[in-house]
Design a binder for this molecule. Structure first.
Ligand SMILES: Cc1cc2nc3c(=O)[nH]c(=O)nc-3n(C[C@H](O)[C@H](O)[C@H](O)COP(=O)(O)OP(=O)(O)OC[C@H]3O[C@@H](n4cnc5c(N)ncnc54)[C@H](O)[C@@H]3O)c2cc1C
Length: 391
């Protein structure tokens, strides 16, 4: 029989965690997943290591801090670690970031699937969802076949179109829900390629300044784009509509402008040209770029370039062209309007829930996005259990 208590659309992090939280409750649960396997995106997280959450769960890491606070304060990093330990996962902390002890994302997927009693429908894309009696009628495509399911409760856990994902917002708009268009976030930023000419492949630890935000982290130069965690977080600002069109790189984040000038002045005593001035400080490609960008040649007398070079080392301005596309992004900004949900249950349709990234919540790199999946999935499952198993 295709009749369920809870039908979860989407077998990503949020959908799987919800199913796991409902496991053993006696409720009949199903998951429909478009891909051939569940958890495909989860396996790619944290460079294959899966950064589960962060001990620094400052709400400012999210696009809507006040909204997430009410839920993260109920189910945050500690509760997540405890829940995963209950499922059998040993975790470890590296610089406040929480990972599976194995440092392998597949271990997280393994424990989520371990002895999980749900009806799992892979290669199945839900195409229609309509209220029917006390519950919902769900139509789904599996190859050429159209399947019909009925369920008392439905959880929308369809995530976003970022890497391996899918945009299923149209399904929910038909139910009267509002949503803002998905935009790629936590991705490389396309920039003026002339400003980074010759730097492709170089990786530095630098500062990034954009839209009033400054962050130090890894920066990776590509042919026509900037990448790395600090850049990804700035791409989040762009996805959320930040207006600025200049990003600035700080090649010496641990020194002030005055300290850089002093350093170069000291160095200029024994050397006599721009080429030698930056020798031994930067990667040769960075050295070359800084000199060219500042309008000098290797032969320019050292003393003439100190001030301009120091300024550009600390504030190297690059024109932004925009974020790269969904296939390069870790998350998407946009999604279902959170004001139409109360503790993840729709205010428009009873027993309709939305969890994870399909909601208009996105966070910085560092475990914040998966934490949102765990929090929303746990609290929605808890609400369903209280509602359905009352008495
Ligand atoms: C490369 C990469 C690295 C990342 N690293 C981290 C990290 O280390 N830490 C962190 O916190 N976050 C990380 N993220 C972000 C994090 O993975 C996502 O925020 C999270 O996986 C979202 O989970 P979700 O379940 O809400 O959505 P998704 O993972 O997108 O899952 C939704 C699922 O629903 C399915 N689906 C969609 N529509 C339908 C439909 N109509 N019918 C049936 N199925 C459907 C999709 O196929 C998909 O499998 C990373 C993301 C990427 C891409």
């Amino acid at each position: 029989m295709n009749d369920f208590d809870v039908f979860i659309i989407g077998g990503g992090a949020a959908g799987l965690f919800m199913a796991k939280c409902l496991d053993g409750s006696g409720l009949k649960v199903a998951i429909a997943e478009s891909n051939a396997r569940v958890g495909k995106k989860l396996l790619a997280t944290g460079n294959g290591k899966c950064n589960l959450t962060n001990l620094d769960l400052n709400y400012a890491h999210y696009n809507n801090p006040r909204y997430v606070e009410q839920y993260l304060s109920r189910f945050g990093a500690v509760e997540t670690i405890n829940a995963f330990e209950k499922f059998g996962l040993l975790t470890k902390v590296i610089d406040k970031r929480v990972y599976p002890y194995s440092e392998c994302a597949a271990t997280v997927l393994d424990v989520l699937r371990l002895r999980l009693k749900v009806d799992l429908y892979p290669d199945t894309t839900v195409t229609s969802l309509t209220p029917k009696g006390e519950g919902y009628k769900i139509l789904a495509k599996c190859g050429e076949e159209t399947k019909v399911y009925y369920s008392k409760a439905v959880a929308l856990a369809t995530g976003s179109p970022s890497t391996f994902g899918k945009d299923s917002l149209e399904l929910y708009k038909k139910l009267g829900h509002s949503a803002s268009k998905f935009r790629p976030s936590l991705c490389p930023i396309k920039v003026d390629k002339n400003a980074i000419k010759g730097l492709s492949g170089v990786r530095i630890k630098g500062g990034v300044r954009f839209n009033g935000r400054y962050e130090v982290g890894e920066i990776l130069f590509k042919d026509f784009a900037l990448s790395g965690i600090a850049i990804f977080n700035m791409s989040g600002e762009i996805a959320r509509g930040a207006r600025g069109d200049i990003i600035s790189i700080d090649f010496m984040p641990e020194r002030s402008l005055a300290e850089v000038e002093t350093l170069l002045t000291k160095k200029s005593a024994p050397v006599n040209c721009a080429g030698e001035l930056l020798e031994g400080i930067f990667h040769s490609k960075v050295k070359e770029r800084l000199i060219t960008y500042s309008g000098f040649s290797y032969e320019t007398p050292a003393k003439e370039c100190i001030s301009a070079l120091a300024k550009n080392i600390k504030d190297y301005k690059i024109k932004i062209e925009g974020n790269l596309d969904f296939s390069m992004s870790q998350v998407s900004s946009g999604g279902l309007d959170v004001n139409q949900f109360d503790c993840f249950e729709s205010k428009l349709h009873k027993n309709l829930y939305a969890i994870g990234e399909v909601l208009d919540i996105d966070g910085d790199c560092g475990g914040y996005n998966l934490q949102w999946c765990w929090t929303s999935a746990y609290l929605a499952a808890d609400k369903i259990k209280r509602e359905f198993l009352r008495g």
